[in-house]
Design a protein around this ligand. Structure first.
Ligand code: FE2
Ligand code: FE2
Length: 159
């Protein structure tokens, strides 16, 4: 998976623009956390784990670089397209898939394509499982419950 490694290097380089070390660290933790979750979810659902992981690495980059979550999913899709076009590591279909995933990732109440759903669910997994002492957000509760069911995460040791 050389291109995933290359993309991660580019994302890490861009994140150096974030001056606050704490924010930079949080960004890396979240992007890598969602990337791993996206890989697992895609693998489980028979979808492309590499593309899922690549989309996850890019999904909140625009928010981190601008310091604002305003319209960050749509801005994030534009930034992802720009980075992927410059890197020339994806086919046009793959670029469309990744940009669609990022574009829709904040629409947690709606259901979009299978790959779009992978990124939304991976985002929810990281938000909820990064620290189990924090309450699940209302807008993520339904997805959280469905993921607990799908992955047998009810703590009872059975699927
Ligand atoms: Fe986001
Ligand atoms: Fe996110």
């Amino acid at each position: 998976m050389g291109r995933l490694k290359d993309l991660r290097a580019v994302v890490e380089e861009r994140l150096k623009e974030v001056e606050d070390a704490g924010k930079r660290n949080s960004a890396l933790v979240h992007l890598y956390g969602v990337s791993l979750a996206a890989t697992l979810i895609a693998r489980k659902r028979g979808l492309d784990p590499e593309l899922a992981s690549m989309a996850a690495m890019l999904h909140d980059l625009a928010a981190y670089l601008s310091g604002s979550y305003e319209d960050h999913a749509h801005r994030g899709a534009d930034l992802a397209r720009q980075i992927l076009n410059e890197m020339k590591i994806t086919s046009s279909d793959e670029t469309e898939t990744i940009c669609s995933m990022i574009y829709h990732h904040d629409d947690k109440h709606t259901v979009d394509s299978e790959m779009d759903e992978v990124l939304k669910d991976a985002d929810v997994i990281h938000h909820c499982f990064h620290d189990l002492s924090k309450p699940v957000k209302e807008k993520e509760q339904k997805r959280y419950d469905a993921l607990v069911e799908e992955f047998g995460l009810n703590g009872k040791g059975e699927l």
